[in-house]
Design a protein around this ligand. Sequence first.
Ligand SMILES: [Zn+2]
Length: 451
Amino acid sequence: MSETNQRYCHVCGEQIPTSKKHRTATCLPCVRKGRVALFGTCAYVDEAFATLWARGLFNRLYLFLQARDIPTKTQYELLFKATEIFQEAEKGFGRPEQMSEEWLEEMIERRKKYLHPAFFRAFLIEEHYLFKKSREEKYVKALPSRIQELSQGYQRALEVYYQELLAMRQRHLKLNASRPLTFSSIYSQFEGLFRLVRWLTEVAPDLIGWEMVQTEHIHAFLLTLPAKSRGPTQRKLLAFFRQARKRRLLMHIPLAELPSKELPQTDEPLPMKEQKAVARLIREDNASHPFEVFLTALCFYHGLSRQQIQDIKLSDVHAEQGMIQVKGRPPIYLLQEDSHLLEQFLLRRGELPYAKQKSSLVINNQNKLADLPLDMHAITKKVRIFSGHTPRRLRMTCLAAHAALYGPQYLVDAFGISLTHAARFGKMEEFLLEEEIKQQREAFVELSRHL
Ligand SMILES: [Zn+2]
């Protein structure tokens, strides 16, 4: 390659790769940068859009991308496609509120190759045109295709039941029910039913559908489950069978309607031997898995719930004083060992993408743009993988150990647990169950605000 053929970008001075196609004197990154800058000018925006709201929307999108250091190539492609979408919106709708979620999703679907939907959606969520779908909602939306995979004789009744539960949920929401049917409860209904159908297909392949299933089959199935989930599963199955008979999809109910004795659904505190094992794990393995260790320590030594962990902001951490403020209870004071864990954890946190823009202490490692803490499921997963136990069980172990040592009043002072709860501390499971229900309810209120 001779010197004379070599070209240099007149903007940044970088060498331009020689190719016949690119005879310009500006390199591609500089071309893109220039075009993105153009998108930010009034001249472009006024020319591209006729309405004030479309101009505003596009301007805000531009600033949204700039503020988040999105790569220039992505910005360029996204803004180009977004122009098309907002122009179409202007033609179709008089006001921006008329852009429905379905319409936007269809637009996104059609242009998903260059639109970079994750960023575009994040913007629309911030602008309240789209709403964040919960994990449960996604699972529930996937149920129909899972029903299709079952053997034919079982499908119809499940499909009808699915539609009915969704309709029931809608009714609850419309009537502002205090505890409407949640996506996670619909999902768990179907988990039990799917498990039953899989078992029936495997053990009794000669049955061709629900009408041939007998009480003995159901009882044999329930016996395959762990003792504490038999009661709840039985109730779920019963609800399904009743509904199916009402719709005349089933002539009989293959399950006795006797009340079953229920075992508590929660776990016991860990035995001493296992407590020691967890403590040893935390002590020994704190450099290689800083996130997992730190989360485990928060549950096990400080009795924090997942919700409390999520609520901690970076500004609640006072590393020099060895103190972390926690919503709804007295602050945590760190021991020397804990301080080391915190240090390791903060180092790792700092390396995560977008760490500086996020206000929560515990964040995820994905390039999500919303300022959200690590989600509940991920917290459970991390703690469980590391310690072998759920956050809840570790928390319960912590609270039980402290109550045994210092008495229930200590829980009030040190963990901010209310007196009524502490008084019937003997029934730890009840307290945690109640707390869980309260959390679910709050999560739901949050969700229904967006509906
Ligand atoms: Zn250049």
